[in-house]
Design a protein around this ligand. Sequence first.
Ligand code: 5GP
Length: 198
Amino acid sequence: MEENKQGLLIVLSGPSGAGKGTLCKELTRTLPNLQYSVSATTRDPRPGETEGKDYYFVSRERFSELIRQNQLLEHAEFCGSFYGTPQAAVEQAVNQGKDVILEIEIRGAEQIRQKFPQGVFIFIVPPSLEELKARIKKRGTETEDKIRQRLDKATDELHYVSEYDYVVVNDQVQTAVEKLKAIITAEKCKVKRRSVEF
Ligand code: 5GP
């Protein structure tokens, strides 16, 4: 039986502060065939973020140009900044059999669902809204106003969980990572993803 020729396209969404970033880092660190899709954004870098690793930090003009040139697989505005997934890198990796993980908000995920219905859509939720608030505050990188905006957005985003294939509660990072790995393994075993001729 042949191995899958195409890699999986995995989309991780969920409210800001749910811990998607930590989970993605842990997954890409431990799964050699998994590649993180680095997004372009117009937001300012946070302390410790690296250009080309966490994001491609671009001006609004450059972002508009990327849209005009059809270089983004999806894009959306989030709390006053723009975010988008560079198309070429994702397509190239998936076609080479690499699995790719996108950490994006819900409207971007919807655009991916239209283009790649074979994608794996996973929603990450925090154990509670109180915990979410505590995590965003602890990060200490947002102003009070931005924290409020992100919390409002989080409450709104939680309604979209039913659009996803899987939901993972990020209570303990290691437990959540194990669940995500189990999902990836199961998806790879799906008959419809494999050539079943003997
Ligand atoms: P943050 O500013 O906290 O890094 O990200 C804010 C939100 O934008 C998060 O929900 C994150 O998942 C989302 N995001 C990051 N990159 C992209 C992207 O390329 N496209 C879309 N649609 N959302 C993104």
